[in-house]
Structures are given as C-alpha cells and as structure tokens.
Design a protein around this ligand. Structure first.
Ligand code: PMP
Length: 434
C-alpha cells in the first residue's frame, strides 16, 4: 500500500491516495493542484495559508448567489434536520421544484431530477434515440455536455483536430464515436447539409445555446432558428443543454431569451447554487417515456435524485432569484467589465476583446469578437493563461486554463469590478513585458 509519510503535506497525502491529488480532470490545473481550500463565503474563497481570493471561477458556475448564501444554507439545514433520503415515494419539495421549473422554463412540460448535468444530457440522448429509433447524435465543436461517451469529443480541440473526431478520453468504443456527428457552431449551411445527408438517422441535436465551455460564443438567432426548423422537419429531438445558461442568463434560460422552444432541456449548476443537481425536462410525450412512469420503456434512475437537502437548496435559490434583483445586479457588473475593460486593454496596445453575456465574461487575446470555434484558435493562449496566473498572485481568481469563462455572483460588488479591472491591467502589462 502506497502511503505518504506522516509529516507529508496535505497535497502530498492527496497525491498518495487520489490520482493526481484532485477529484476531477477539470481540477488538474497546472500549478494549482497544491491549492488547499479551507473556506468559501460570498464572493471569496480562502486557502490554507489564509489567503483570500475573489472568486470569478465560481466552481464552473453554480454559486450564482455567492458561496454559502445564508438563505440557501438555512434551507439546507432545516431540510436536513427533519428529512433525508428515503428512496421511495415523493416529497413535497420535489413537486414544488418540478412545478417551479415547469412554470419558468418554456419547453418544460414535465421534469425529472438528477444529481449532475452529465446524467441529464445522458438521459436526453437516450430518450431521443428511444423515441426516434435512430442512431445519430449531432453535437457542435466547442460544446461540452458532460463525461459520457456519446458527447465526449470535440470540446477544446487543437487546430489540427478540428474537423476530425477528437475524443476527450480513451476507452470509448469507436462505434459510439461514429454515432456522433460534430458540426461547426453558428454554421447553418453545415446543419442543413448534415440533415440533407443523414436526416432520417438523426435522433437528436444537442447544443449549449451559448457555448460557454469555450468562454462565450454568442449564437446567431438564425442559427438557432435553423436548428429548430431542421429538427422539426426531420423528426429529430432538439436538446438545449442549459446547464450553464439555465437560471444564470434568466429564469427561463436561453430558450426564453431567444424565443425558441427545444424539445428537451437539460439544466444543473446554478439551480441549487452549488448543491449537486441536474434536471431534464421537456415535451410530455418524450418525458413520459421514462420508467418513472409505470410501463414506460426508457430506464431512469439515480439513488440521490431529488435529495431533500438539494431540493431545499434549489427552492431557496429560485425563491431568492425571484424575490431579489439578482439578475439585474450580476448583469450590471458583467456589463461594466465588458465596457470598461476593453479601453484599458487597448491602451496597453494588446489585441483583446471582452465578451460574454449577463454575469458571464471572458477576455480573449485576439483582434475581433469570435463567432465560431475556428475564430477562437486565434486567441493567444499564452497571454490568456499567463495574465490569469498573475492575477491569482494578487488574490483575483479566474481559472488559468485556456478559454475558461468567468462569472459574477450576487455577492460581488462594484468595488470588486474596480479591483478586477485594475488587477487585470497590471497582470496584462506584466505578462506583455515578460
Ligand atoms: N453541460 C454543460 C453545458 C456543462 O457546462 C456541464 C459541466 N461543466 C455539464 C453539462 C455536465 O455537468 P456535470 O459536471 O454536473 O455533470
């Protein structure tokens, strides 16, 4: 048995028993696997040296209200005192949460809860294949939908891998990869051509309506309209993966912003402000195929689905989003960065654009706003990662991995924006001089 010496540091002990010392491939960030997090509150987290970081990484997106929001914490504590998981029947909270999501999200006639976004997208594709009796799934270069085989390809692809199958993992059956078609985002002609060639075999089209797993590509409205039209014409299931955009970009998600109703919607992350949740919802005829309904053929399960503490967190989150001007606040802070940072960067003579939507922002080092994944290949990766590393040294945390987005929460303030701009300027200046 391999064990670290008793005097070993926590990261050393971690590496002895946890592969790489962290619990996700997405936390395998060079230089940051030794970071020991001890506390998180509001817009900040702290490490074991007592250093505070203003957090724009936001755990990849869930804490829209900020870390440990007192209303969410109270709701979870109250739920935990009287109820935990029983694994039979239904609880009042589950019904209330489903009713709330059906009311908020245009496409949702029925909802099922999962514990993660990956489970939600997995079930969306399975039910689409079951309903259509078809094999193929269409996804887009740059979109991420979780870790399961059908979608584990072509997220952040190197230039020479774009246009080819680019799995993010080994161990996936080639026939599974064969059954996923990868198309360029925002390319209507590619969508029409794929449907012209394979329409009768396409079970589902899945997309992040705003691809935030590569920062932010804003969708052309006509692109989304084309997807809706082609799916309807060919009887394919249109899946909006709103795991990031749902709740964060508005209570009805991007489908409400765009006025386009997909057949199925997947959600997660910000619904429960950091507690593990996912949701799949949509057309009643598709959702009624899941085996939660007697005799229905599409197996659906999950020991922790609808966990009372998580449901309580979600209800408290959604209540607060309704009752307080959360979106107004985070949208205003996002807009401040998108308008105030570009002139500062321009004055340094560095090609840079600041984009995003609402609470989400990202600074790319390139000379134009990206519209397609191919455009993003022009982002200066060394600058993107380098300035963020320097910011972390100043206690401002944007994840130093290429193309990762940043987030505002309700707990961030105007003073945080001022400091963000100041620290960004200094970090970019230092990086340029390096
Ligand atoms: N879809 C999207 C758009 C995501 O961003 C993510 C997570 N980053 C997932 C699905 C998977 O969610 P989870 O990590 O909760 O499985």
């Amino acid at each position: 048995m391999q064990q670290a010496a008793p005097s070993a540091s926590l990261p050393e002990r971690a590496r002895g028993v946890i592969p790489g010392g962290v619990n996700s491939g997405q936390r395998n960030v060079p230089g940051l696997t030794d970071l020991v997090i001890t506390r998180a509150q509001g817009a900040s987290f702290w490490d074991s040296d007592g250093r505070r970081y203003t957090d724009y990484h936001a755990a990849f997106g869930p804490p829209l209200l900020g870390h440990n929001d007192p209303d969410v914490v109270r709701a979870v504590a109250e739920a935990g005192g009287s109820l935990d998981l029983c694994g039979v029947g239904v609880t009042e909270g589950e019904v209330e949460l489903a009713e709330t999501l059906v009311e908020l999200v245009p496409s949702m006639e029925r909802v099922l809860l999962t514990s993660t976004g990956s489970e939600a997208t997995f079930h969306a594709l399975r039910v689409a294949r079951a309903a259509t009796g078809r094999r193929l799934v269409v996804k887009f270069q740059g979109c991420y939908h979780g870790w399961h085989d059908s979608v584990s390809l072509n997220v952040i692809s190197a230039p020479d891998r774009v246009g080819h199958k680019d799995p993010i993992s080994t161990g996936i059956l080639p026939e599974v990869l064969d059954a996923t078609l990868v198309l360029p985002f925002n390319d209507r002609d590619a969508v029409r051509a794929a449907f012209a060639e394979h329409g009768a075999d396409i079970a589902a089209v899945i997309l992040e309506p705003v691809p935030h797993n590569v920062g932010c590509l804003l969708p052309d409205q006509e692109f989304l309209v084309t997807l809706r039209e082609e799916c309807t014409r060919h009887g394919s299931v249109l899946v909006f993966d709103e795991v990031i955009t749902g709740v964060r970009h508005g209570l009805g998600g991007w489908q409400e912003v765009a006025g386009i109703v997909p057949d199925l919607t997947t959600m997660g992350k910000a619904i429960a402000n950091g507690y593990p949740i996912g949701a799949i919802g949509g057309r009643a005829d598709l959702m009624d195929m899941f085996s939660s309904r007697p005799g229905a053929p599409v197996f659906f399960a999950g020991t922790y689905n609808g966990h009372p503490a998580v449901v309580a967190a979600a209800l408290a989150t959604l209540r607060k989003l309704h009752a307080e001007p959360v979106h107004e606040h985070v949208f205003r802070l996002g807009e401040r960065v998108r308008t105030e940072l570009p002139p500062v960067l321009a004055s340094l003579g560095v090609p840079a654009v600041v984009t995003g939507y609402g609470s989400v922002f990202v600074t790319y080092f390139m000379d134009r706003l990206p519209h397609t994944y191919d455009d993003l290949l022009d982002n200066d990766t060394r600058m993107f990662v380098g300035y963020r590393r320097r910011m972390i040294d100043q206690g401002v945390f944007e994840l130093p991995l290429n193309l990762k987005r940043s987030h505002f929460s309700y707990a961030h303030t105007d003073a945080d924006v001022d400091r963000l701009i100041e620290v960004t300027e200094a970090a970019v200046r230092a990086q340029l001089a390096d």
